[in-house]
Design a binder for this molecule. Sequence first.
Ligand SMILES: Cc1cc2nc3c(=O)[nH]c(=O)nc-3n(C[C@H](O)[C@H](O)[C@H](O)COP(=O)(O)OP(=O)(O)OC[C@H]3O[C@@H](n4cnc5c(N)ncnc54)[C@H](O)[C@@H]3O)c2cc1C
Ligand code: SF4
Length: 651
Amino acid sequence: MKKGIFICHCGTNISERVNVERLKSILESDGYLVRDHLFLCSQDAKQLILNFQDEVDGFVIAACSPENHETYFSSFIRKPFVIVNLREQCSWPHRDGEHATKKARDLIRAGINKLSYIKKPKTVKTKMEESVAVIGGGIAGITASIELAKLGYRVHIIEKSPSIGGKLLKFDKIYPLNDCASCVISSLISEVSAAKNIQIHVYTEVEEVSGYPGNFRIRLRKKQTYVDWEKCTGCGKCIDACPDRAKVPSEFDDGLTFRKAMYIYSPFAYPKKAVHDPEACVNCGKKKIGTRRLLRSGKEYLTPCEKACPTGAIDRSKNWDPEGEVFEIRAGSILLAMGYEVMSKDSFPEFPSHLPNVVTGIQMERILSPTGPTGGELLVPETLRKPEAISFISCVGSRDERYHTYCSKVCCMYMLKQARLIKERNPEIDVFIHYIDIRAPGRDLEEYYTLARKLGIKILRGRVGNVEPLNNGKLRILGFDSDTGDPVEYTADMVVLATAVELRESERDVARKMRLDIDSSGFVKEKHPKLQTFETSIDGIYLAGCVQGPKDVTETVLQAKSAALSVSSFLGKGEREIDVETIIDAERCTGCGMCIISCPFKAITAENDIPEINPISCRNCGICYSVCPVKAVDMATHGKAIEKELEGLKA
Ligand SMILES: Cc1cc2nc3c(=O)[nH]c(=O)nc-3n(C[C@H](O)[C@H](O)[C@H](O)COP(=O)(O)OP(=O)(O)OC[C@H]3O[C@@H](n4cnc5c(N)ncnc54)[C@H](O)[C@@H]3O)c2cc1C
Ligand code: SF4
């Protein structure tokens, strides 16, 4: 029987360089059945391929990258087939049509060579765990968890801070409606805490991820709180008793205030439980953790915090393990929702960031929030007086070759929000925004911007060259208005730096533990930037929210809900069929163990010295195929077939 070669024009993507007619006649004269189509991925072309299914013994699909459509073609082609990439590997990189056509011919001939060595892999079935691990308890993780719980899955939320809620807990209002951020996140927290099938693990981090899609094993570490949370009611009496001497910059107030060694993360923390920070503890009661002191009466001596706790949740004589508790959960799927951080203001030597009156966007959120250091009253941090003028500076660390070249996407809008909140509450304050260009795409956002201008906020295009501290505590702003061409100079009481949104190295490390890719901007990379924006390169692991790149709440919620549906369709079938691509020939194997030590996915184990590949953990990377000294590893569609493809190219 013949081989069938189907060539795609991809509209004009391929055919504007590759002469498809000439290619067809060359291949026909080689004796193959050749057809072409404007779009091979269309339904119409599917029928064309199906019509020849019984006439050929294999297909070469000469189209675009297999990454795009291999799954689609394998859903209906019953014969062996290979995809030859004429677009990314031929028509796009080459300008010269003659050369591109010759290369297309060579690539297709190499594909035909490969086709003869393709075998149909056997399949095995594996059962899926009906539970999901959601890493990160911000609005992305919480929204996805609620959806998954409604769909009937068991959900574990793993949150590294002592409370779920993420950034929204810190904000006053959220654009575009300027609705109350706490109300939005609090109602979701209530829902998630009431759901029977959602388990929340706060103050917990991921240590290791093993297993495979459908059956992941996640080793977690719950950090030590030195407070028995079963007994703690969150009354805060231990915090009242804890001395002020330990001045730790508050995580919740982003360093604008200090917290004590004993603290509750925020007034609206969930769960509302006390945490003891032993590094900051000044040991005021002179009783080290893990030691006992007896009074002359023979009774146990209690430190101020122990004494204050009405439920006996604090016991410094107990030998608490500083490493916390390590435990393992199983999950069929993992959803990463670890959010973002903003760059610290100290990263920018061009601004006097050491001054308390120079703050970041998140710090300004805390200043404006009723749960913030001044109860929502706008006061200059250093003097605690009402400001007369405030200056916002955009793109600090974003769209800048020295830091991040990407746009942080949310800063223009949150600067407008904060400026509007200030102006609406204090019309007498002068508010300036310095921008490169305002990015306000999306529903109601342009109108939001227009309203800010109408309120009298001075929105100036152009960079700020310098911010100089003055003797009277004020700041001189020296900039440029590129619309008028005039220099700008004024004094302000406060400067707000819209520092870049980024993913921290610690969160990239979590992604790396799952062997996920990191993109050029440092965020976790999705499988496809347009078609699979919440899937990752690993089946069963999904993304939601800012872990994948800067996003506002609307976009985050949309992605979280969509990711939850994808998780459900992945787990929904209960079991999964897996192709067994790579096998080891036990007769040939000498038991040297090279494959076991080389496998990056720990997919090979040996019993009685004969290695065996777990087809579910195996990612078919081909490393064992290339390291085996006696060629005992066989691959159904890679390995030998790729060697033959390369031989075909050399010929
Ligand atoms: C100053 C500022 C103002 C903004 N204002 C608005 C606004 O008004 N309107 C709007 O639409 N958008 C606004 N945004 C954007 C908004 O903050 C994001 O869209 C939203 O917070 C994204 O939610 P998230 O869940 O992805 O991330 P986050 O809110 O950051 O939540 C992530 C969660 O994951 C946890 N986490 C992180 N790493 C780990 C780990 N390794 N293990 C376990 N847990 C982890 C974090 O502790 C956190 O709880 C603003 C952004 C900024 C910087
Ligand atoms: S199969 Fe690939 S090459 Fe063909 S039309 Fe679709 S995208 Fe373009």
